[in-house]
Ligand binder design. Structure first.
Ligand SMILES: C[S@@+](CC[C@H](N)C(=O)[O-])C[C@H]1O[C@@H](n2cnc3c(N)ncnc32)[C@H](O)[C@@H]1O
Length: 244
């Protein structure tokens, strides 16, 4: 998308993120699974955002670090009463990871797909592997892409109120594994606000291949952080890789 960069998503969604996405996944189940994977060690979240997951994880007694490319998202995190409990820095999840070592690095809710090329995704996995302590784990949560899908473009309604309409406009190019879109947020008083997003998706098998290239071996695959079994009909997956 012309004009889109690593800060565009966070800067475009920071003011609505907690209202729109507080409940997109089960935070309690995620916190429990991540605490278990961390096994008492330090944790790094890639794309930590407003702290939807990092804050409850820190409240559970885990040492949590986070990076995010958007200062606007981290401002939201830091403005929360317990915001200081997460060690958060404005940094790119490929080039700017703190040194660690970490027992667990995780990336939730499709955030890994914010890296828009296969090369950037591969480089991120190398950077992660270099920050894990011996035997440390990397966990990724993402959707399972449809195979053999056709190119699509769609406009749908996210919400309608007397003084506000939010439309969702998106396109997908399965051959290039790319999708992008805008939430078009229209209010009488504020005019039009555009909230853009862009992703490059990967299949679980492609993730396994990139992870293996970085020295990370798949140990578990669930359909979610509730650790329910993954199967052919699963729409989402949580994949856990261990440093070899
Ligand atoms: C969908 S939000 C997820 C936030 C949080 N992890 C959660 O689950 O609610 C994706 C986050 O990734 C950040 N992000 C996107 N590209 C990034 C990059 N290259 N490096 C670091 N953070 C990035 C965005 O700014 C945004 O805060």
């Amino acid at each position: 998308m012309r004009g889109y960069d690593d800060r565009s998503y966070g800067d475009g969604f920071a003011d609505v993120y907690d209202d729109w996405y507080a409940d997109i996944t089960d935070v309690d189940a995620t916190t429990a699974a991540l605490s278990h994977l961390a096994a008492g060690g330090a944790v790094l979240e890639l794309g930590v955002g407003t702290g939807r997951l990092a804050l409850p994880l820190a409240a559970a007694g885990v040492e949590v670090h986070g990076v995010d490319s958007s200062a606007a998202m981290l401002d939201r995190l830091r403005s929360k009463p317990d915001g200081h409990t997460v060690h958060a820095t404005v940094a790119d999840m490929v080039e700017g990871l703190p040194p660690g070592p970490f027992s667990l690095v995780f990336v939730a809710y499709n955030t890994f797909f914010s890296l828009l090329t296969q090369a950037r995704q591969q480089a991120c996995l190398h950077a992660v592997a270099a920050r894990l302590r011996a035997g440390g784990v990397f966990a990724i949560e993402a959707f399972v892409p449809e195979v053999d899908a056709s190119p699509t473009s769609s406009v749908s309604v996210r919400s309608v109120a007397a003084d506000r309409v939010v439309l969702s406009v998106s396109t997908a190019d399965p051959e290039r594994q790319l999708a992008e879109g805008q939430y078009v947020d229209i209010t009488e008083t504020g005019g039009v606000r555009l909230r853009p997003w862009s992703i490059r998706w990967a299949t679980p098998a492609q993730l396994d291949e990139m992870a293996a290239e970085a020295g990370l071996r798949l140990t578990d695959r669930w359909s979610g952080f509730d650790r329910a079994p993954f199967g052919p009909d699963s729409a989402r997956h949580v994949s856990v890789y261990r440093q070899e």
